[in-house]
Write a protein that binds this ligand. Structure first.
Ligand code: UD1
Length: 420
């Protein structure tokens, strides 16, 4: 296993290119199961999670060739209908092969993903939505076993206790593209990654309107085609670099990020006193002065993203004053608090709330990454802290950040990867 060693307390300077969005790439890769024709995807980030999806598609009978950030997916004989536990349990995104498989083959057997450190993470909304399309689903030995004689469009309400669900919307939307008649998804996820998936499906020949809003309408078609498609930039990676720039008092330009996807973050940071310059495809962050503490609550898009909550908490831990951070999407997503406190932060958890008493500075320590976004929060903390920080279990980071240490070295950070 590898660890990251960071000599912190240094401002960074330079330009960083934002990679393609992991959370758009995963369902789009799964959507290629809906056609026998060849699809070419550009701007796919090279990550552990996209590699897991490549393995899953290959195990389902696709031929997949990867060249840098381009992935070509074509048929390689008949599709298989079974997605095994080992490929779904390591990455929940794998569960979104269920909709495309059952739509294409009429049956599928996909392992249930199980929970993870950020919460229980049920899939009831996926199953409820797919059942409304005339799909029978039984749970057998930890697998969802789905079958249908013919998919039928329907009205589907996909709101849950914690709001809309990104991957449930993806799963149902993909299946509905090949259903007979119209499907209306109410309380659909509005995330840009869902919009990107809908745009990809439309290029394939699907008839979809309303993507990016809570009501998506899909008129089923008989067949979808192969396409060439470029994935959108990763707003969570971009947001992580913005928060990192603020926490380390740096001067960083992000290239290729879409500002429109980041308004919930930039709005709160502007109010806190951070300065931005926005170019055509650049965002320049210059953190020259101390910020004011600002409380946030995470919500589904366009609200403040839960995937930036941990990184934002690191910034607030370094911002004198009190801020209150509430996660209404994943109320248990606070495992980073204990590690940040080991570095000198002063954060208390009360249920779905983290109460942060900002301090003047953090100090380097040996810490452990626990999940993908918490790991990014710890990297920011390590870069801002005085002295040496060693972060173990960085395979979590490799799931979602393309060449993070290399990108940081490009900005002047002292960060290296060592064997544990
Ligand atoms: C996706 C993202 C993940 C992000 C999350 C929320 C991918 C690959 N992952 O995950 O990075 O943190 O959106 O923005 O795109 N829920 C239910 N029942 C369900 C499904 C979800 O109750 O059937 C709950 C979840 O436990 C959570 C909330 O709904 O509390 C939102 O989860 P959801 O949007 O489904 O997250 P994912 O799509 O799994």
């Amino acid at each position: 296993m590898n660890k990251l060693v960071i000599e912190g307390g240094k401002s960074l300077k330079g330009t960083v290119k934002i990679s393609g969005a992991k959370n758009a790439a995963l369902p789009i890769m799964a959507a290629t199961l809906l056609t026998d024709e060849r699809c070419v995807l550009h701007n796919v980030p090279k990550l552990r999670d996209t590699q897991t999806m490549v393995k899953l598609l290959t195990s389902l009978g696709k031929a997949v060739e990867c060249d840098k950030n381009t992935v070509c997916i074509s048929s390689n004989g008949p599709l298989k209908s079974m997605a095994h536990y080992d490929l779904v349990s390591t990455m929940r995104g794998s569960f979104c092969v269920l909709g495309p498989l059952v739509a294409k083959l009429g049956h599928a057997k996909v392992s249930l993903p199980g929970g993870c450190v950020i919460g229980v993470r049920p899939v009831d909304l996926h199953l409820k939505g797919l059942k409304r399309l005339n799909i029978k689903i039984e749970i057998e030995n930890g697998y969802a076993v789905a079958s249908t004689k013919s998919l039928k469009g329907n009205n589907i309400y996909l709101g849950g206790v914690f709001g809309s669900s990104v991957l449930a919307t993806a799963n149902v939307m993909m299946a509905a593209t090949l259903a007979q008649g119209d499907t209306v998804i109410e309380s659909a996820a509005c995330e840009p990654e869902i919009e990107d998936l809908a745009n990809f499906l439309s290029f394939m020949g699907a008839q979809i309107t309303g993507q990016g809003t809570p009501r998506i309408t899909i008129t089923g078609v008989k067949k979808l085609h192969g396409v060439d498609y470029k994935i959108i930039p990763d707003r969570i990676e971009a947001g992580t670099f913005i928060l990192l720039a603020a926490a380390t008092k740096s001067d960083i330009t992000l290239k290729g990020a879409y500002i429109n996807h980041l308004l919930a973050l930039t709005d709160v940071l502007e109010e806190a006193g951070l300065e931005f310059d926005y170019g055509v495809d650049t965002i320049h962050v210059k953190a020259s002065r101390g910020l004011d503490p600002m409380s946030i609550t995470t919500y589904p898009y366009p609200g403040f993203p839960t995937d930036l909550q941990a990184q934002y908490m690191t910034l607030m831990a370094l911002t004198p004053g009190v801020s209150v951070i509430t996660d209404k999407v994943y109320p248990d997503r606070f495992i980073h608090i204990a590690e940040l406190n080991r570095m000198g932060a002063s954060i208390r958890r009360e249920g779905m709330i983290g109460i942060v008493q900002g301090v003047k500075g953090l100090v380097g320590a040996q810490i452990m990454a626990s999940d993908l976004r918490a790991s990014a929060a710890l990297v920011i903390a390590g870069l801002a802290a005085k002295g040496k920080t060693e972060i173990s279990r960085i395979y979590h980071l490799e799931r979602g950040y393309e060449n993070l240490d290399q990108k940081l070295r490009g900005l002047g950070a002292k960060i290296s990867r060592r064997k544990e």
